[in-house]
Ligand binder design. Structure first.
Ligand code: M1P
Length: 250
């Protein structure tokens, strides 16, 4: 039997608690808060920024519903509704490197042809840059179509290869976590970054992690394989629920 004080369950968001960039189903949220939370601390760790996570979790109140909320892999962090210290990619790189990088991205994309292209190709976040070849302002249909197109043409992977070649000494890591974009952040600022906030006081005997992108190259890979956590690979939110029931309620 789990004891709430000694157990933490961390969840990826997209593909684990929600469908891609969608809102969590009400009954699943109820299950997490009413059935799982009394038995374990619960936390979210997403690549997305706070606004996107809040939108998917039914509002800003997310920081009170979950014990820990870690947008941008934990570079932004909330514990029991209170924000902890945060870092920034701007501080890490400095303005000159940052501009060289962004300028290269924009030049590179000006030569990329796709079935359609929209706007917001670089989203500047606190702990990372999110780069989307199609542009983040695409519609849901265009987003779904790009994902299929990219599977065949590897637009994102080719762009990552070019960036790695151009900036080998910038200390950056690239991660494809969603459908239309990839994240760029300092090495070590993957989802394992959030663990520093939960292991510092050695409070938990067990830390579980549930995620869907656990294979090499996916944005759950590092935390899933981290020796401090017990990883569970899931295929969708229904699978997450089944696995939680087995772990905590049967
Ligand atoms: O959480 C997974 C990813 O979700 C979004 O990806 P996309 O818009 O490409 O589907 C982004 O917020 C991305 O940063 C994040 O890693």
């Amino acid at each position: 039997m789990a004891t709430r004080d000694k157990t933490l369950v961390l969840f990826d968001v997209d593909g684990t608690l929600t469908a891609a960039r969608s809102v969590i189903k009400k009954e699943f949220e109820k299950f997490l808060i009413e059935k799982v939370k009394p038995l374990a601390h619960i936390g979210l760790v997403g690549g997305s920024d706070f606004n996107k996570i809040a939108e998917q979790m039914n509002g800003d109140d997310v920081i009170h519903k979950y014990d820990y909320v870690f947008p941008e892999n934990g570079v932004i962090a909330y514990k029991y509704g209170v924000e902890l210290e945060n870092q920034s990619v701007q501080k890490f790189l400095g303005e000159e490197k940052l501009q060289k990088f962004i300028n290269f991205v924009l030049k590179y994309l000006s030569d990329v042809w796709l079935p359609c292209k929209r706007g917001t190709f670089v989203e500047f976040r606190t702990g990372m840059l999110n780069i989307s070849p199609i542009g983040r302002s695409c519609s849901r249909q265009e987003r779904n179509d790009f994902e299929i197109y990219d599977r065949e043409h590897l637009v994102r992977q080719k762009m990552i290869d070019a960036l790695q070649k151009e900036f080998p000494d910038y200390g950056l890591k690239y991660s494809i976590g969603g459908q239309i974009s990839f994240d760029v952040f300092p090495i070590g600022w993957d989802k394992t970054y959030c663990l520093k906030h939960v292991t510092s006081d050695s409070k938990f005997d067990k830390i579980y992690f549930f995620g869907d992108k656990t294979d090499f190259g996916g944005n759950d890979f590092e935390i899933f394989n981290d020796s401090r956590v017990i990883g569970h690979k899931v295929i969708n939110p229904d699978d997450t629920k089944v696995k939680l029931e087995k772990l905590f309620l049967l």
